[in-house]
Design a protein around this ligand. Structure first.
Ligand code: MG
Length: 388
């Protein structure tokens, strides 16, 4: 394990504002830029790795935010890892999880960066290093299938046009955001427009309750549409209720927000709360937990897919590496750079081929992408360097 020793001498945090191609509406207004924290980790021998924190500007997906993560990183997480020697990236995870139990996205940015550092020092790809760390002992896949999430549109025609374009671009799976207030007819229209070759799924972000008769009726209607999955219909703590709902539905339930750790994955498996997991490494505190959940779900025959958090090309590199593990058998939110960004922060943007596949850089060392440092400087909002 000595080869994977981690000893960080400095970490530079940078917040950038990355312009979006398509502005989107949030509870507080229109957003046309994604606020992102990037971290550059450096070791004594000059080996570096760039990494990204997936926390969003506002606490809508989870309670973490860009400002909270910046505070957690600079105040607690970075001082805890600088100038300490760790035998392996999993030791970084163990230390951070015990010292800073909250802030999984902030912790994950540093923990995942140490996986990239260790891979870089071994002169192998992050994908290969991760696959050897899985107990399943397999090679990473060379390309990963890509799906797309599309927001509900007030204009049905525009929504169907958007979906038609996505299918022609090659996306393997279309996902719609739904809530108890969604128009069932719109979902039916999408279902019939898509046909049977492209998978359709819905994501409710926990907006339904099994104690509400109207919600149950809505879910029954969804169940008749032959969807690939219904993602997180109920609240994140509702493991028993998800199990009850799964017994009543033919459609597979996918858990997203509920899976915050390997312990929660164990609970899901034990209670049979669903049949699919949406894995976001930032949500579970990094790759140590992500690989443990991957291995557990593989043994339980629960497939995974890699969710997206509107990452830049740097965060995407980590998702691509993770999604190359064998139990990621469903299309992930691993869109090409051009889906979101006017210009990405890496020198060679991520591309998707016409079959909806993104190539895993298995032969390049580390994360496999070069950071466009000039562009990072152009969109820089704040910067702070921490040294031991
Ligand atoms: Mg989701």
């Amino acid at each position: 394990m000595t080869q994977d020793k981690i000893r960080l001498t400095s970490i530079c945090l940078r917040e950038i504002e990355l312009p979006l191609i398509e502005p989107f509406r949030t509870a507080t207004g229109i957003v046309d830029r994604r606020r992102i924290i990037l971290a550059e980790l450096r070791e004594e021998d000059g080996v570096t790795a760039w990494t990204e924190c997936v926390a969003e500007a506002v606490p809508s997906y989870t309670s973490e935010t860009v400002d909270g993560a910046w505070q957690a990183l600079s105040g607690w997480i970075i001082p805890l890892v600088l100038e300490k020697t760790f035998g392996h990236p999993t030791d970084v995870h163990a230390a951070l999880a015990s010292w800073v139990p909250d802030h999984p996205m902030a912790r994950a940015s540093i923990e995942m960066g140490t996986w990239a550092l260790a891979a870089t020092r071994r002169e192998e790809s992050l994908a290969r290093f991760l696959s050897r760390s899985s107990h399943l002992g397999v090679s990473p896949r060379k390309s990963v299938a890509t799906g797309i999430a599309i927001g509900m549109h007030s204009d049905n025609g525009k929504l169907l046009d958007r979906i038609e374009t996505a299918i022609s671009e090659g996306y393997r799976r279309i996902k719609l955001k739904v809530s108890p207030q969604s128009e069932m007819q719109t979902i039916r229209d999408v279902r019939s427009a898509i046909g049977t070759t492209t998978k359709l799924s819905v994501d409710a972000n926990g907006s339904f309750s099994i104690d509400d008769e109207n919600h149950l009726r809505f879910l029954e209607k969804l169940d008749s549409l032959g969807l690939a999955m219904i993602e997180q219909p109920l609240g994140e703590e509702k493991f028993e209720q998800h199990a009850e709902l799964q017994r009543a539905l033919r459609t597979s339930i996918c858990l997203d927000e509920s899976i915050s750790s390997d312990a929660s994955a164990e609970r899901m498996v034990r209670l049979q709360s669903g049949r699919i997991v949406n894995m976001k490494p930032g949500r579970v505190g990094g790759f140590t937990e992500a690989v443990a959940i991957h291995d557990r779900c593989r043994l339980a025959e629960i497939p995974l897919w890699c969710g997206g958090m509107l990452e830049s090309g740097i965060g995407r590199a980590y998702n691509v590496a993770l999604a190359s593990l064998p139990n990621f058998t469903l299309p992930g939110d691993i869109s090409p750079s051009s889906r979101y960004w006017v210009r990405d922060v890496i020198t060679e943007p991520w591309q998707m081929d016409s079959d909806g596949m993104v190539t895993v850089p298995v032969e390049r060392s580390g994360i496999g992408v070069e950071v466009d440092r000039d562009f990072v400087d152009q969109i820089l909002v704040r910067e702070a360097t921490f040294r031991s």
